[in-house]
Write a protein that binds this ligand. Structure first.
Ligand code: CS2
Length: 489
C-alpha cells in the first residue's frame, strides 16, 4: 500500500487510520507564537492546545512556530509541505502504539526569511502569548552567576541595532516596543524550558537586555509583562530515520517528521498572564500559585536522573536510557542517587508522595519501546548539569551529605570529554556548544573541575576535590565505569 502523504487535503482518507483534527483549522487565529519548535514542543504544548481545540469550540489559540536559527529551516520546510500537520505517536510500555495527527500549528516563520515578519507577528493584536523552548543555553546567562552575557556578539549587535534582532531578546524587545507604541496590551512570555524558575529567569534576562537597550521599555515590561513559571514534562526522544520508516509502515501515512513520545504528560503553570490564556485546565494542565516545588522535584529527580544514567551510560556503551534501566547496576545506581543524594536536599514537598514519584520515573525510563538515546541526554550537558545535578552536590557538601554518586557522574563526564570515545574506543556522538573548551580542559581532571562557569566553586572544596580525583583515577585505571557503579551501590 502506498502511504498517503500527510496534508490537509488527505485528512479524510487518513482519518481511517489515525485520529485527525476535527476543528476548523482555517478559522484559527494565532494566539500563541512559539519559539523553538522541536520534538518537545510538538509532543507537549502543541498537543495540549490541539486537545483543547478538539474538545472545545474555541478559535483564538492557534500556534505559529518561530525559528531563529538557520538550522530550523528543515522543520519549516517539512511542516509547510504538510500544511503544518504532523503525527504524534505515543509508545506505550506494553507495545501499544497510538497515533494522532496534531493540527494546532498553523504557520511557521523563520528569522532568515525576514526578521521583521516575526516582530510584526509578535506585535499583532491576536498574539497573546509568546512561548519558548529555546533550551537552557538560549537564555544567554552565565550558568553559575546567572548574569546576562552581554559579550555575546549577537546581543552586542542588537543593542545598537534594535531593528535588526538576532537573539530572542532582540525580538521580544522589538515586538514589545511596537505593542507599547500601538497601545496594545503586552503578550505573556511563557518559558517552557527545564530551568528552575524559568519564568523568573526569562524576566531577569529580558529586563537585563532591555534596560541596556531602552530603559523606558524595560520599565514598561517590568510593570506590564507576565512571565509565568512553568514545569513541563514529557519524555520525547529525537526522531530517527528508522522511526519515520516504522511509523509510515505502521500507519500508512507519509510524515517526514513525526514525533514519538511516552504516554506520561504533565504541565504545571503559574496562573499569571498579561493578556489572557487558553482554558488549558479543561485538558488536564494544572494551574497553581507557586510552581517551585514541582519544578525542583522534576529537575532534581527526572532530569538529573537522566544525566546520571546517560553520562556513565555513554561511557559504558549503552545506546539508550531503557538499555541503561535494563542493566540492574545502572538502575540501582540511579535510584541510589535519587534516594541518597537528590531527595535529602529537595526540601519540603507537601502533599507529594516522593517515593511514588521516583517509582514512576523508573517505569518511565524503563519503557522498552521508547528508544531515548543517551546522546540526546548528554547533549548540551554543560548547560544542563549546572541546573540538574551540581546544585544537589553543592547542597550535600554544605549539609555533610553524600556526594559519591554525583561525583562519579562528573568523573565519567571528564573521561567522556577527554577521550571523546566510550570505554570500548567507539567515538561518542558529542553535541555541546562548549565541547572544544571541555575537551581541552579534560586533559587534566582538576583543570576540568575548575571550569567555574559549569562547576562553580566545587574545586575549592578540598574533600570534594579528593573524592573527584580519586574517582577520575579509577575511571581511567579500570575503564569499567559499570564496575565502579556496582561497588558503590
Ligand atoms: C532530558 C529532558 O534533555 C534532557 O536531559 O532530561 O529532555 C527530559 O526528557 C524532559 O525534560 C522530560 O520532560
Amino acid at each position: 500500500m502506498t502511504p498517503t502523504p500527510l496534508n490537509q487535503e488527505n485528512l479524510p482518507e487518513i482519518s481511517q487510520r489515525l485520529t485527525i483534527p476535527t476543528y476548523d483549522r482555517q478559522a484559527l487565529k494565532t494566539g500563541i507564537l512559539h519559539v523553538g519548535v522541536g520534538g518537545f514542543h510538538r509532543s507537549h504544548q502543541a498537543k495540549y492546545v490541539h486537545q483543547l481545540l478538539q474538545e472545545h469550540n474555541i478559535n483564538d489559540w492557534g500556534i505559529c512556530g518561530v525559528g531563529l536559527r538557520e538550522a530550523d529551516r528543515k522543520i519549516k520546510d517539512v511542516l509547510e509541505k504538510q500544511d503544518f500537520l504532523y503525527t504524534l505517536a505515543v509508545q506505550h510500555p506494553d507495545g501499544k502504539l497510538e497515533g494522532e495527527v496534531i493540527g494546532s500549528l498553523t504557520g511557521y516563520l523563520l528569522a532568515a526569511d525576514g526578521p521583521m515578519k516575526i516582530v510584526d507577528k509578535m506585535a499583532a493584536a491576536d498574539t497573546r502569548i509568546v512561548s519558548l523552548t529555546i533550551t537552557e543555553g538560549g537564555y544567554n546567562f552565565n550558568p553559575q552567576t546567572e548574569a546576562f552575557n552581554f559579550d555575546n556578539p549577537d546581543v552586542q549587535h542588537e543593542l545598537s541595532h534594535p531593528d535588526q534582532p538576532r537573539t530572542i531578546f532582540g525580538y521580544l524587545a522589538a515586538a514589545l516596543k511596537k505593542r507599547k507604541a500601538a497601545n496594545l496590551p503586552p503578550f505573556s512570555i511563557l518559558s517552557c524550558d527545564n530551568i528552575q524558575h524559568n519564568g523568573n529567569m526569562a524576566r531577569a534576562m529580558v529586563l537585563a537586555f532591555t534596560r541596556r537597550q531602552d530603559p523606558e521599555l524595560a520599565q514598561w515590561i517590568e510593570e506590564n509583562v507576565s512571565f509565568p513559571n512553568t514545569m513541563v514534562d514529557r519524555i520525547t526522544p529525537s526522531t530517527t530515520p528508522a522511526d519515520i520508516a516504522a511509523l509510515e509502515a505502521a500507519f500508512g501515512v507519509a510524515d517526514k517528521w513525526p514525533v514519538i513520545c511516552e504516554p506520561f504528560i504533565q504541565w504545571v503553570i503559574e496562573d499569571d498572564f498579561s493578556n489572557g490564556r487558553p482554558p488549558l485546565e479543561s485538558v488536564g494542565v494544572q494551574f497553581v500559585e507557586d510552581v517551585s516545588p514541582y519544578e525542583k522535584m522534576k529537575i532534581r529527580l527526572l532530569n538529573a536522573g537522566h544525566s546520571v544514567l546517560g553520562i556513565p551510560g555513554a561511557v559504558h556503551g549503552h545506546p539508550t536510557i531503557d538499555a541503561c534501566m535494563d542493566d540492574d547496576v545502572f538502575a540501582r545506581f540511579m535510584r541510589s542517587f535519587m534516594d541518597e543524594e537528590a531527595t535529602p536536599v529537595l526540601g519540603e514537598m507537601p502533599g507529594t508522595d516522593l517515593e511514588a514519584y521516583k517509582d514512576t520515573l523508573e517505569e518511565r525510563f524503563a519503557n522498552p519501546n521508547l528508544k531515548d538515546s543517551v546522546a540526546r541526554i548528554c547533549l548540551e550537558s554543560s548547560s544542563k548539569l549546572p541546573k540538574f545535578l551540581i546544585p544537589t552536590i553543592r547542597e550535600n557538601l554544605a549539609a555533610g551529605g553524600s556526594t559519591k554518586f554525583g561525583c562519579l557522574v562528573l568523573a565519567a563526564w571528564c573521561y567522556y570529554h577527554d577521550k571523546e570515545t566510550n570505554e570500548k574506543g567507539k567515538p561518542l556522538d558529542i553535541i555541546d556548544t562548549n565541547s572544544k573548551e571541555l575537551h581541552l580542559a579534560a586533559a587534566d581532571p582538576l583543570t576540568f573541575l575548575k571550569l567555574e562557569d559549569i562547576f562553580g566553586d566545587l574545586a575549592n572544596n578540598p574533600d570534594f576535590v579528593k573524592q573527584y580525583l580519586e574517582l577520575v583515577r579509577k575511571v581511567y585505571a579500570t575503564e569499567d565505569i559499570r564496575k565502579l557503579m556496582e561497588e558503590m551501590i
